[in-house]
Ligand binder design. Structure first.
Ligand code: ZN
Length: 119
């Protein structure tokens, strides 16, 4: 079964080359949604929401929250932030990582986006 947990944090970013020139640094209320897949166990859970929350906060959210994301991901587009999160969480049974840069604007990272040298 698929289990999803969603997080939100504020952070500043800029794209070093957007339509040929650097963007001005600006903030977003970012959202990240992490989906894992596992069988439902005898306790009735496929994956413990609390455990998922701890690991995503520690490995992803706390890296970015209240900071300049460019210090962590040099080109922090929603796409690259999703790739970063996937790699930081790859020990989990991940199925999808989705990152919203703003309302209505998101990038989805799946396994095929990470394998084969495309990352
Ligand atoms: Zn932006």
């Amino acid at each position: 079964m698929l289990v999803t947990r969603e997080f939100a944090f504020d952070a500043v970013h800029f794209l070093p080359s957007y339509r040929g020139s650097p963007e001005a640094p600006h903030g977003h209320r970012w959202r990240i949604e992490v989906t894992v897949e596992a069988p439902v166990g005898p306790e009735g859970m496929a994956f413990d929401f609390a455990e998922l929350g701890e690991v995503v906060r520690r490995r992803v959210v706390e890296r970015f929250e209240g900071r300049s994301m460019n210090e962590v991901v040099p080109v922090p587009s929603a796409e690259n932030v999703a790739l970063f999160a996937w790699k930081a969480l790859r020990h989990l049974p991940l199925r999808q990582v989705r990152v919203w840069e703003s309302e209505g604007c998101s990038a989805i990272c799946r396994e095929e986006d990470v394998k084969g040298g495309r990352s």
